[in-house]
Design a protein around this ligand. Structure first.
Ligand code: NAD
Length: 277
């Protein structure tokens, strides 16, 4: 279960596969994260709005793992956008996590109607300069938001975390990220387990490799160069999802999976998602 790293644009190494904890209640997060750490995950993806930073932090502390072996991401919620409110929200996240720094801090959504993501990002630049985040970035930013942000601020985001799975392959965003030196991180990498994993073409590739469809999808992401953060609270699945470093998809497999792209989102369109504005 040796997870490779991707090198972010500021030289920080980020594990290419991590553990996501969206929809895991705070009182279950400690157990789920502990199971993930035991299985070999070292990167954990949480967010203020998930309301499980405390449970996540407890598992990190209880693991006894050296801080420098862990990679912790959290995100600023929409309602806290703005320079001063971002600094306050970041303090609150650190407190709940029980950490003195995070590895990656992200703006959760652009929230176009609020028109505050540039000022918000300036607060992230301050947090970075103060050494309280080792890298900063964004989530759910469309190319138009990235264009404006990079035009008006000085630190190119290290990461853009976007919805990405075989049915929403995001070729356009991936190309823009590559051009700008931004790592692409895939959220809902398994399509939330909603139908994708039963698609016959995917099941066929899984049979060919004597693997599960989830493992094949994660392999597809890794071979594309995406950072992935699959979520599960089931111990056997948590272990299954990191057991993907001893097989490889061939060109035919990759083509079969590429044919599944429908450009269909499971989540909201970031250009129109203004909750918390
Ligand atoms: P996912 O694609 O990781 O799917 C998780 C679901 O798939 C599980 O709940 C389970 O039902 C199923 N599953 C997991 N492993 C399986 C396996 N081995 N076999 C069969 N079924 C399996 O979905 P997700 O939780 O939405 O996304 C992963 C992480 O991405 C989240 O936990 C969160 O950290 C992050 N995320 C971020 C945003 C954002 O706006 N930035 C939005 C959604 C999710």
């Amino acid at each position: 279960n040796k997870v490779p790293s991707v090198l972010l644009n500021n030289g920080v190494a980020m594990p290419q596969l991590g553990f996501g904890v969206w929809q895991v209640p705070d009182d279950e997060a400690e157990k789920a994260v502990a199971t993930a750490l035991e299985a070999g995950y070292r990167s954990i993806d949480t967010a203020a709005i998930y309301e499980n930073e405390r449970g996540t932090g407890r598992a990190l502390a209880a693991s006894g793992l050296p801080r420098e072996e862990l990679f912790v991401t959290t995100k600023l919620w929409n309602s806290e956008q703005g320079y001063d409110s971002t600094l306050r929200a970041f303090d609150a996240s650190l407190e709940l996590l029980g950490l003195d720094h995070v590895d990656l801090y992200l703006i959760h959504w652009p929230v176009p109607a609020k028109d505050a993501y540039v000022d918000t990002y300036r607060a992230l630049e301050k947090i970075l300069a103060d050494g309280r985040a080792r890298a900063i970035g964004v989530s759910n930013f469309l190319p138009e938001h990235l264009e404006r942000l990079t035009g008006e601020t000085s630190v190119v985001p290290a990461v853009n975390q976007i919805e990405l799975h075989p049915q929403l392959a995001q070729a356009g965003s991936r190309a823009v990220h590559a051009e700008l030196g931004i790592a692409t991180e895939a959220w809902s990498p398994l399509g939330q387990g909603r139908g994708l994993l039963d698609v016959p073409a995917l099941v066929a590739v899984a049979r060919k490799h004597d693997r599960t469809p989830a493992q094949v999808v994660l392999r597809w992401h890794l071979q594309l160069g995406n950072v992935v953060i699959p979520k599960s609270v089931t111990p056997s699945r948590i272990r299954e999802n990191i057991d993907v470093f001893d097989f490889e998809l061939d060109a035919e497999d990759l083509a079969a999976i590429a044919a599944l792209d429908e450009g269909r989102r499971l989540g909201p369109n970031p250009g129109e998602f203004n909750v918390g504005a």
